[in-house]
Design a protein around this ligand. Structure first.
Ligand SMILES: [Zn+2]
Length: 64
């Protein structure tokens, strides 16, 4: 069997808990998630923000 390499830090993954796969550790999993949030990965498709804007223009009467 060949050891897998962590896509974040490049270390060979010898033993990793199932919940951090395919990364070597929780910190690498978080680092990868951070890249998603940064926008390093772009997902093709319509921006979801448009739906939020329609909510923004609706007057909220619950405050008053
Ligand atoms: Zn790693």
């Amino acid at each position: 069997m060949t050891a897998r390499k962590c896509p974040v830090c490049g270390k060979a993954i010898l033993r990793a808990p199932d919940d951090v796969r395919p990364f070597c550790s929780p910190s690498c999993k978080l680092a990868d998630l951070g890249r998603w949030l940064d926008g390093s990965y772009r997902i093709a498709g319509p921006p979801l923000e448009i739906e939020n804007e329609s909510f923004a223009v609706m007057p909220s009467k619950e405050d008053s």
